[in-house]
Design a binder for this molecule. Sequence first.
Ligand code: ADP
Ligand code: MG
Length: 156
Amino acid sequence: MNDGATVSRFLPDEHATLQLGAEWAASLTAPLVVYLLGDLGAGKTTFTRGLLKALGHQGAVKSPTYALVESYPLAALSVHHFDLYRFTSPEEWEDAGLDDLFTQESVCLIEWPQQGGAFTPAADLTIALTHADNGRNCTVTALTPQGRKSLQAWLN
Ligand code: ADP
Ligand code: MG
């Protein structure tokens, strides 16, 4: 499906997910809020790993499941990678002071955004991953003009 704001792609293996992340590295423009949607093991962190490597991050990309957020100040922009899976209530968003990371210069990628309830800033883009056969299906949806700008850049 492609109505200009939604694009789907089949990712047959882990490499394809890493590759997709790498492709997006060139398309993201700050400020941007991206929700990474999908079950445990869907490939959300794998996608982020591909993206960060392509943006020049060297070294490991840890899943922020326990830390809540890992920040990567890179040459082109700052990337903050959140994982709210372990939130027991949305108020933890405020307790952790996460709003401070949403600046004009940052791209924020959020796993389990629904766990933050109304505290989680609205998404410009959603990237939804679902299990499909032995691979994954990925659906990217742009929800704001800023999100559409990045989606258009990726499609071109
Ligand atoms: P999440 O962050 O969504 O919980 P992870 O990225 O940590 O998921 O883990 C996803 C697992 O699925 C990893 O073992 C990874 O190798 C694998 N994987 C990622 N993308 C694909 C794909 N397109 N097809 C098959 N396996 C994949
Ligand atoms: Mg993860």
